[in-house]
Write a protein that binds this ligand. Structure first.
Ligand SMILES: NC(=O)c1ccc[n+]([C@@H]2O[C@H](COP(=O)([O-])OP(=O)(O)OC[C@H]3O[C@@H](n4cnc5c(N)ncnc54)[C@H](OP(=O)(O)O)[C@@H]3O)[C@@H](O)[C@H]2O)c1
Length: 293
């Protein structure tokens, strides 16, 4: 299987490219800007023609959730028009598109974890742009898998876990919101799940497997609970660790409104593809071990 990953420098793409060489049946390429720029149609066509992939994973996105409130056009260009362009090209070559989306397509009002068919109602520019991307992929490429994930963290670059560790070096305590729930997702666990989905979907290339799925770390917590687990694991290995004080979202206002309930029910992914992500706490432990190396 030839697998092309768009968004080479992102945390999910990096996790995928680290994992792929250990899989003998997969030849993986990650391509980023400028060679593959989703806002530049010619680069999309050229890259697909050069690599001739069987599966394309779109891990490229405008992910600056707060900045998107000021830059809606840029968010739409990358998260909606980019995937549409990619989906049209992928469909023409008969390949499979695995497009990564987000919990932010929901408004969070549901009291229980979201399933794939729940009504979408994004609260932010980012969420609206990602929802438009989903709709564009569905319209342009029947051979698609839209995989919504949430609260992605990894050893790479800036994300919630690496920011908490950095802040714990500078501060006596961390104040973290405790009234929003979600499923933290370790990028390498998500990468392994995507490889599993790609294998299963190409082995059984029929409509029964195409569609929308949720794929997030097993279990759920609040941002405060997530931070406390990071501090616990860090402290247990002699790393920075400070108390985490619970606060409300009202005490930490941000430009973009985020769902109060971001929890994703990933059971359809397991039922169809026999793929399940490990508990999010295992992701924290593995990520901290990687950072210690
Ligand atoms: N992070 C989360 O918590 C989270 C939660 C839910 C869903 N998701 C979704 O998961 C996916 C992967 O997220 P991530 O955290 O790995 O993202 P990320 O680390 O922010 O990486 C996004 C990548 O997109 C690339 N990119 C930006 N503009 C581009 C363009 N015009 N053409 C091609 N690539 C471009 C960036 O490249 P440069 O390095 O060149 O800027 C970057 O490598 C995204 O679809 C995101 O919406 C993420």
């Amino acid at each position: 299987m030839r697998l092309l990953i768009a968004g080479a420098q992102g945390q999910l793409a990096r996790a995928m490219i680290e994992l792929a060489p250990s899989a003998e049946d997969v030849t993986a390429f990650a391509v980023g800007r400028p060679a593959l720029d989703l806002t530049a149609p010619s680069s999309v066509l050229r890259t697909l023609a050069d690599f001739k992939p069987d599966v394309i994973v779109n891990a490229a996105a405008y992910t600056a959730v707060d900045r998107a409130e000021q830059e809606p056009d840029a968010a739409m260009a990358l998260n909606a028009q980019g995937p549409r362009r990619l989906a049209e090209a992928v469909e023409r070559m008969g390949a499979l598109l695995i497009h990564i989306s987000t919990d932010c397509v929901f408004d969070g009002a549901k009291p229980t974890p979201y399933v794939e068919d729940d009504a979408t109602a994004p609260l932010s520019v980012y969420g609206r742009s990602k929802l438009a991307g989903e709709e564009a992929v569905r319209a342009a490429a029947p051979r698609h898998i839209i995989l919504r994930t949430s609260w992605v963290f990894s050893p790479y670059g800036s994300n919630f876990l690496t920011r908490m560790i950095g802040l714990a070096r500078e501060r006596d305590e961390l104040r973290v919101v405790d009234d929003r729930m979600g499923c933290p997702t370790y990028a390498p666990h998500l990468a392994a799940a995507i490889l599993g989905v790609a294998r299963a979907a190409t082995a059984a290339p029929h409509r029964g497997t195409w569609g929308t799925y949720h794929g997030a770390g097993t279990g759920s917590t609040t941002w405060c609970g997530f931070a406390r687990e990071i501090m616990r694991v860090s402290g247990a290995h002699g790393g920075p660790s400070v108390p985490v004080v619970p606060i409300t979202t009202a005490e930490y206002p941000t430009p973009a409104i985020r769902p109060v309930n971001s929890r994703l029910d990933s059971s359809k992914l397991t039922a169809v593809f026999d793929v399940a992500l490990p508990p999010w706490q295992q992701g924290v432990a593995e990520c901290m071990a990687r950072l210690r190396e």
